[in-house]
Design a protein around this ligand. Structure first.
Ligand code: FES
Ligand SMILES: [Fe+2]
Length: 412
């Protein structure tokens, strides 16, 4: 074991440092109640900044677009790179008779967005450029017709939108301390390497919580991530660090990758390329890392997580690898999950082998996470489950529930 490891955290009780969180079990209303769901949709998802999970690198040239569907609100949004270089977001909705404008998930529209129904055409800034058979309309003031735009901003290359026609705060204000925190982390250098998406028969809260604690890693992932978070001499080894903000939260976790019980092939893959088992801290001096990454500078660091309320989780696996999870509610008992891994492109065959190993290894890990989500929902639906018990290591869940309660006015 590396001697630079900090002292065990088993006596630390992070939750007690935030007395406003309380320590009581968590009630089920935020997860199951239809009226809570509606309030969450109207007072949160239609009001706060949401990370789309899309990155600016996906739309590098004018005319390039990507679609973000927020089914919860019925909104299909086109995020488009303008001729002036500005990234804008418009409802994917023609202003003639509301037809959907683009049907592909992504593409390039070469300067105009044209409706297939009657041929109306819009500039990338959303202004109506052509109303076919214009003379046949009555009092149509073309200049006053534009696509309905949505507030858009970018943080570290991630595209955020805010459905509120008059957002109460800027993205910078909304992110608060997080805005500058990861300065120096070169997100743009890491391409999206692979991603998985799924629709879940579960409420959004259960899905979101599946990636808000690492308590489960030693247990649920004992086969896919064997030993990555356990240490025989100190089996209670827990998170190195948590910090909660007004809305968001970060955590940093311990892991002994050098003592991993990964099978030999996976160990080789971790050694020759980037996988979840790769020794991130031995690849570069942790003291040179951006301050927010591995904040305790522990050599036996496993990963950090930044939770950007309400729907975006970034899991940092090292200076050159991270995962982004986007969880979105659809209906009270349906949600979606997209997980993307960002890592350097493999340059050699051996690195390609590591990539394929990472793809399968991480997929299996997420399948294990997914295996708990829908069965949990079924049990909640039985009506016999009283409330969630949350231990100290599940503090980010407790915090997320409290922030949501506050925003919808349900906080005690
Ligand atoms: S609905 Fe788009 S042109 Fe008619
Ligand atoms: Fe997990």
């Amino acid at each position: 074991m590396n001697k630079a490891t900090n002292k065990p955290q088993s006596t630390q009780r992070w939750t007690l440092e935030y007395p406003e969180l309380g320590t009581a079990p968590l009630p089920l209303d935020p997860y199951l109640s239809p009226s809570y769901f509606e309030a969450m949709r109207d007072k949160v998802f239609k009001k706060v900044w949401l990370c789309t999970g899309k990155r600016v690198e996906e739309i590098p040239s004018p005319g390039d677009y990507v679609v973000f569907d927020l089914e919860l609100t019925g909104a299909s949004l086109i995020i488009v790179h303008g001729l002036d270089g500005i990234i804008r977001t418009h409802y994917n909705m023609c202003m003639h008779r509301a037809n959907r404008l683009v049907h592909n998930e992504r593409g390039s529209c070469k300067g105009r967005i044209t409706c297939a129904f009657h041929g109306w055409s819009y500039g990338l800034d959303g202004k109506l450029a052509v109303a076919t058979e214009e003379k046949m309309f009555f009092d149509l003031d073309k200049k006053s017709v534009s696509l309905i735009s949505v507030a858009t901003d970018v943080w570290n290359g991630f595209i955020f939108v805010n459905l509120d026609p008059q957002p109460k705060e800027t993205l910078r204000e909304y992110l608060g301390e997080l805005w500058d925190m990861f300065a120096g982390y070169d997100f743009s250098a890491l391409p999206a390497s692979f991603s998985y998406s799924t629709e879940l028969n579960s409420c959004w809260g259960v899905a979101r919580d599946s990636q808000l604690e690492a308590y489960h890693v030693k247990y649920l992932h004992q086969r896919t991530a064997p030993g990555l978070m356990s240490y025989a001499e100190d089996p209670d080894r827990h998170a190195l660090y948590f910090k909660l903000f007004r809305r968001h939260a970060v955590g940093s976790w311990y892991g002994l990758r050098s003592e991993t019980g990964l099978p030999p092939v996976a160990k080789l893959a971790a050694k020759f390329g980037q996988t979840i088992g790769s020794e991130a801290t031995s690849l570069s001096d942790v003291n040179q890392w951006p301050k927010a990454l591995n904040p305790t500078r522990d050599k036996n660091w496993f990963f950090d997580e930044a939770y950007i309320f309400p729907n975006f989780h970034i899991v940092f696996l090292g200076l050159h690898a991270y995962i982004a999870h986007t969880f979105l509610p659809k209906m009270v008992n349906k949600s979606s999950w997209n997980a993307r891994a960002y890592m350097p492109a493999p340059k050699t065959l051996v690195e390609q082998f590591s990539r394929e190993s990472a793809k399968c290894g991480i997929r299996d890990l997420w399948l294990e996470d997914g295996s708990t989500i829908e069965v949990t929902q079924k049990n909640l639906d039985s009506g016999r489950f009283p409330h969630f018990h949350c231990q100290d290591q599940e503090i980010m869940i407790r915090h997320a529930v409290k922030v949501m309660d506050e925003l919808i006015g349900a906080a005690p």
